[in-house]
Every structure is written in C-alpha cells, then in structure tokens.
Design a protein around this ligand. Structure first.
Ligand SMILES: CC(=O)N[C@H]1[C@@H](OP(=O)(O)OP(=O)(O)OC[C@H]2O[C@@H](n3ccc(=O)[nH]c3=O)[C@H](O)[C@@H]2O)O[C@H](CO)[C@@H](O)[C@@H]1O[C@H](C)C(=O)N[C@@H](C)C(=O)N[C@H](CCC(=O)O)C(=O)O
Ligand SMILES: Nc1ncnc2c1ncn2[C@@H]1O[C@H](COP(=O)(O)OP(=O)(O)OP(=O)(O)O)[C@@H](O)[C@H]1O
Length: 494
C-alpha cells in the first residue's frame, strides 16, 4: 500500500520525504519494524518511543510518524502529528482496509460485567446460527481459537489486525470489552461501533484516572462513537448521569435495569444457588429467562446482553435459548469443587464492589460459613491503599472468615500489601488468617472448612498464572483445589 493511502484522512505536517513510497508494514515498537515499514513513535508511560527512531531506521523504516520535533538525517519520510496514539489508530485502520466499516461491532464499557456480557451475547448469536467474535479479558475468540491479548482492549494496531482475522474467518459480528484506558489512550479510535453498552461504574483504576469523574468521562467517550444504539444500566448512579446526557440524542438510547423504569427490565426474579429465573420485559413482549449463574449481577449482565440482542433484531425465543445455553463462564462464580460437605467457588472479583456482589450472591444459599480467600493487587500510593482498605472492609463485613493472601503482587511489597489488608479487616472486627503463599492459603481454607461452608477464592478467576516480581508462575486454581482435595468428593467443574 502507498504511504499516501496509509495516512489517508490523517492530519499531519510533512516534515521531509514524500508519500509516493510503498509502506510495507506499520509498527509502534521499533523492535518490530520491518524493511519499508512505517514506525509510529509513542511517548509512553515508561519510555519515549521517539528515542528509538534511529533503531527503526536501522531496521529499514521508510517513514516515521512523530508528535515531537526530531532531527532525522536518513532518507525517510517524516510526518508530524498532534497525537501519535490517535495517528496510530488512523494508520492501523487504513493499513488493514478499515475492517470495522464492514462489521457489526458492539462495544461494552463499565467497571464490572463486561466479560460476562460478551459470553451471553456470543451464545445468543450462536443459538440463532450466527458467529460472533469476542475481544476481551479472556482473550480474542474467533471460532474455536482463543488468542491471548496483552491488554483487555488491545493497542489499535493489534486491534485492527484482529478485526481482519475475524473477517478472514468470515465473522461479520464482534463484541468487545472497551476499557477506560483504551478510550483514553485512543486504542479504539477509528473503530466503528454499531452499539455501545454501559454496565456500571465503581472505584477501580484510580491510579490512572485519579478521580471517579475522570474515570467516568473516559468511559463516556464510547457513547459518542456508537452509530445506532447506546445501551445503559438505569440502576447505576453513573449510568443515570449518562442517560441524562444521551436522552434525546442520536443514536437511540435503550435503558435496562431492575429497580428503576427502563426500556428493558426484569421482574418476578427468583434466585437459586446456581441459577436465576426472571421475566424480561421488552417493548415487543415478555419472556421467561433462565440464567445459569447466581445473583443479581447476572440478572444485570444478561439484561445488557438481551438489550443488545434486542436492538440487533434477535427474537425473544433466540434470546431466551441463548441465555439458557450459557452453562457457566470461566472464573465467574465457577464451582470448581462440590461434595456433600463443601462447595468451592472461584471468582474474578478484584474490586470492592465486585467482591461485595459476589459474596452477596453466595450468602443466601450458604448454610454454614463463607470462607473467603483473597489478596489485592494495586500499585502503591493512596489509590492502592484505598483499594486494599475497601476490599478488607467488604471481607470483614460479608465473609465469616478471610484468608488473606497474595494476588498478583508483581513488584509491590507483598508483606506490606497483606499488612494493609489485615489492618483493614481488624478495623471492622473481621476474623482472618494471613498466609502469603496463595496455594497454602487455599489449603488452609479447605482444612478449616466444615460441613455446609462455602469457600470463595476471589481475585484471579480465569487466570492460570500468578505474577510475582517479574516472573509469571503457573497457578491454576481449579487444578490446585483438585490436587488438594485429591480424589475425595465429586468434581462438578473445572
Ligand atoms: C499503563 C499502560 O496502559 N501502558 C500501556 C502502554 O505502555 P507504555 O506507555 O508504558 O509503553 P512504554 O513501554 O512506555 O513504551 C512507549 C512506546 O515505545 C515503544 N518502544 C519501547 C521500547 C523499544 O525498545 N522500542 C520502542 O519502540 C513501545 O512499543 C511503545 O510504543 O502502551 C502499551 C502498548 O499499547 C500497552 O501494552 C501498555 O499496557 C500495559 C501492558 C498495561 O498494563 N496496561 C493496563 C493498565 C491496561 O491498559 N489495562 C486496561 C484495563 C484492564 C481491565 O479491564 O481492568 C486494558 O485494556 O488492558
Ligand atoms: N454487573 C456486575 N456488577 C458488579 N460486579 C460484577 C458484575 N458482573 C460481574 N461482577 C463481578 O466482577 C467480576 C468481574 O466480572 P467480569 O469479568 O464480567 O467484568 P469485567 O467488566 O470484564 O472486568 P475486567 O475488566 O476486570 O475483566 C466477576 O467475577 C464478579 O465478581
């Protein structure tokens, strides 16, 4: 493709060189530049990509896109733009032939529930005989293939490439999780969304966004991008702020909820230990829904998926069958062990709100105690301390006993993290034991449990490794539970 085509609709100043050259590839990492490629220099959080222009030229770059003044002697084209992250998204979309112009893309943002919604939607599409690709925390799913993503929402260049892979696999529909980081860092700029969904907003990622309002404004960006529908949770405080902003505006606003008036809402909800039954009310009629996951959170998540499917013209029968066909979601209140005495559940809850919701979903069906095994990963500083304190408070108030352990301590001081959590639990008179090694902590909880108790292992969900320092060590909680339990009992999942 000619460089002039690659930079179509990009606002730039041509500092040197000309655009009538072939552009063989695009890279935002100098180490990935190939001969004849375009290198986009990004000033990152750790290093400044402009420092690696020399390296990119050594590897054969034909063009460089920068946002700073640079001096380049080599015979390459240099284009200066206002924001290279935005430029990367434009160039990536052009280079891959603007794939989302021929695709139906549904974007989901919000603190919790995004992954679950992608799986409910995939199932509805499948029941109706249509394939839906997924991009999110669990990876990119294209048919039977799961590709690991470095980020929940990949960098624009990787993202546009994934859309092309979906198109090559003849997928015309994609649902993706859109993180607030991605919106701020322009990873989804120049992606065309048909529908946008807002789940909820509770404290998380405050090390990057600083305040809840900043965090909200980052999420809100998605709702200026969707072309046909904006779907918003009417029961969420920030959802209602968004609704006020989006009402009487294009695209069409569709609300969902349980408590407040909404276009699509649940009534007659009956909660059971492993599933929930409710009536969904839509402008086109009602239907009985069975969700094979417990708790109000999965009523909300399934409602969001139903709203998106409704907007995309699926029938109530297809919707009902699709939701019922989801037997469970990896690491989401997943029962990894059950016998007549104990139930052991693994869940991805890693924020204050999600931990509270996960514990609340389990409580009504627990005859004995809830023993919670958890740690908190959060960087140092006030947002990190607040998160540890907040989750400790929930543990003290909603669990009967907490085994405090490590999550993904990364390069943080694990003992300090655990000490801060323990202080938080003590402040609310909670019962606890602190065991740094997560496997030992799980073993301790199992040893401690008595007939009727439920063990909730929270924080890592579907993840199969633990990051300690810079090392990623294998850590599969379902397998670990099975090993500890040996051949006793009856494994129900994993
Ligand atoms: C804090 C953050 O968001 N960092 C993201 C950012 O990295 P960065 O700015 O630190 O990059 P950097 O290392 O400073 O490098 C700057 C530039 O120089 C380039 N470089 C670097 C070295 C070199 O030799 N040559 C070279 O060209 C790099 O490729 C890069 O383009 O840009 C990278 C490329 O897009 C991202 O992969 C990276 O995500 C990191 C891995 C991350 O952990 N991000 C998290 C916070 C995140 O984005 N999370 C959200 C939400 C998750 C959730 O749902 O909870 C997500 O969407 O994943
Ligand atoms: N609607 C909800 N409201 C609050 N908490 C929820 C909701 N849905 C799920 N959760 C809790 O949050 C955890 C993460 O859920 P899920 O993976 O669906 O969210 P997510 O938005 O994809 O999160 P992340 O971006 O961190 O991957 C679940 O394991 C559960 O404990």
């Amino acid at each position: 493709m000619l460089l002039s085509e690659v930079v179509r609709d990009l606002k730039y100043t041509l500092v040197k060189g000309d655009l009538a050259v072939e552009a063989a590839s695009v890279a935002y990492d100098s180490r990935e530049v190939t001969p004849g490629g375009v290198f986009v220099a990004i000033a990152g959080f750790t290093v400044d990509g402009h420092r690696f222009i020399g390296k990119a030229i050594e590897l054969g770059a034909a063009a460089i896109i920068v946002e700073k003044d640079v001096s380049v002697e080599a015979d390459v084209a240099v284009l200066k733009v206002a924001d290279t992250r935005e430029a990367l998204a434009r160039v990536a979309s052009n280079f891959y032939g603007r794939p989302t112009e021929r695709m139906n893309v549904i974007g989901i943002t919000g603190t919790n529930g995004k992954t679950s919604i992608t799986y409910f939607l995939k199932s509805i599409y499948e029941q109706a005989g249509t394939e839906l690709g997924i991009i999110g925390t669990i990876g990119t799913v294209i048919g039977d293939r799961v590709i690991k993503n470095k980020n929940t929402t990949p960098e624009s260049l990787n993202l546009q490439r994934l859309f092309v892979e979906m198109a090559e696999a003849r997928l015309k529909h994609c649902v993706m999780e859109v993180s607030s980081h991605a919106l701020n860092l322009k990873r989804v700029a120049h992606t065309r969304f048909n529908t946008a969904i807002f789940t909820n907003l509770t404290p998380d990622h405050l090390e990057l966004h600083r305040t809840m309002d900043e965090y909200f404004e980052a999420k809100a960006l998605l709702f200026d991008m969707a072309e046909h529908y904006n779907i918003v949770n009417a029961d969420d405080e920030y959802g209602r702020v968004l609704i006020d902003r989006l009402r009487d505006r294009e695209p069409k606003l569709v609300t969902y909820g349980i408590e407040r008036e909404a276009d699509i809402y649940a009534s007659d909800i009956h909660y059971f230990a492993d599933y929930t039954i409710y009536t969904v009310n839509t402008p086109k009629g009602t239907a009985l829904i069975r969700v094979n996951l417990p708790g109000a959170i999965y009523v909300y998540n399934s409602l969001a998926a139903i709203a998106a499917a409704y907007c995309n013209r699926f029938s109530l029968q297809q919707i009902t069958e699709g939701i019922a066909a989801v037997e469970g979601i990896k690491g989401r209140l997943e029962v990894v062990y059950q016998d007549e005495d104990t139930k052991i559940i693994v869940d991805f809850a890693h924020t204050e709100d999600s931990l509270e919701k996960a514990l609340s979903a389990i409580r009504p069906f627990t005859k004995g105690r809830i023993i919670l095994v958890f740690g908190v990963y959060a960087a140092d500083g006030k947002p990190g301390r607040d998160k540890r304190r907040g989750m400790a408070k929930i543990a003290a108030q909603y669990a009967d006993f907490a085994v405090v352990t490590s999550d993904n301590p990364k390069e943080q001081d694990n003992n300090l993290i655990i000490r801060e959590i323990v202080e938080g639990i003590e402040a609310y008179n909670g019962k606890y034991e602190a065991i740094v090694d997560r496997r030992e902590a799980i073993a301790f909880a199992i040893e401690l449990s008595k007939k009727g108790d439920v063990i909730l292992i929270a924080g890592k969900g579907h993840e199969t490794s633990q990051v300690i320092g810079k090392t990623e060590v294998p850590f599969n909680e379902a397998e670990i539970v099975r090993e500890i339990k040996g051949s006793r009992g009856n494994l129900s999942a994993g």
